[in-house]
Ligand binder design. Structure first.
Ligand code: PGA
Length: 248
């Protein structure tokens, strides 16, 4: 499976800035490495026009679970796919925190993303409070079990789980790779319990996110269970993101 590098641009760039950044990173992907960028919804179309010149793929930061209808302000998975989107981030901690989204909603979003032929990138991870109270493992297991409850995977469906300790996101300091390794093992075991069939296991990819930069990306990707990264802040600078992809 290719190493996956996902850039999450959050709500940090204007449309103009997004297009300019896309222009600089269009040719980043290398053999064996898959690069995805997730601009804001309104920047997706013009960014994709730039990306078409290279092999970097388009992703989205979220989507709604209904196919179509009276859901003011929401964006369907089908319309993202129509735009050329291939990956959709689901369950980012900022949506859990600021929009009060729940595992129940992520379950429906994952189903919508899969039905539209795209790859869900489910984010899981504990808050500092949960970690300090010793609940981190329990929280991660629960996030996975609830998000994938009742979901049946077609053969060859690709699933990405991003382990992102919430307290590390945007902090400028990533965690020790041994801690990421522990979480990744837990995620792997939980996913095997949820999806026991071996051919499905091959389609599950675990990545790490939380203040990843060019100096530490290698230490996460070198872990046996982790084969990619989700990058926020450091994906906004073309030269920094380029170094991350080169080192990955
Ligand atoms: P960060 O963000 O790299 O800025 O910590 C990661 C994320 O929120 O996905």
């Amino acid at each position: 499976m290719d190493t996956l590098i996902v850039g999450n641009w959050k709500m940090k760039l204007s449309i103009k800035e997004s297009v300019a950044l896309a222009d600089q990173i269009t040719h980043l992907a290398e053999p064996g490495k898959r690069v995805v960028v997730c601009p804001s919804f309104v920047s997706m179309y013009p960014v994709h026009q730039k990306l078409l010149a290279g092999s970097v793929l388009l992703g989205a930061q979220d989507c709604f679970w209904q196919e179509q209808g009276a859901f003011t302000g929401e964006i369907s998975a089908a319309s993202l796919a129509e735009l050329g989107c291939r990956y959709v981030i689901v369950g980012h901690s900022e949506r859990r925190q600021f929009l009060k989204e729940t595992n129940f909603m992520f379950n429906k979003k994952i189903q919508a993303v899969i039905a539209a032929g795209m790859v869900p990138v489910l984010c899981v991870g504990e808050t500092l409070e949960q970690r300090q109270s010793g609940a981190a493992d329990h929280i991660i297991i629960q996030q996975l079990q609830e998000a994938f409850e009742g979901i049946e995977l077609a053969a060859r469906q690709h699933l990405v789980i991003a382990y992102e300790p919430v307290w590390v996101i945007g902090s400028g300091r990533s965690i020790d790779p041994s801690e990421a390794a522990h979480a990744a093992q837990l995620i792997w075991q939980t996913m095997i319990d949820i999806f026991p069939l071996s051919e499905q296991r091959e389609m599950i990819q675990i990545i790490y996110g939380g203040s990843v930069d060019a100096t530490d990306v290698r230490s996460f990707i070198a872990l046996p269970e982790i084969s990619g990264v989700l990058v926020g802040g450091a994906s906004l600078d073309a030269s920094h993101f380029t170094r991350i992809v080169q080192k990955a």
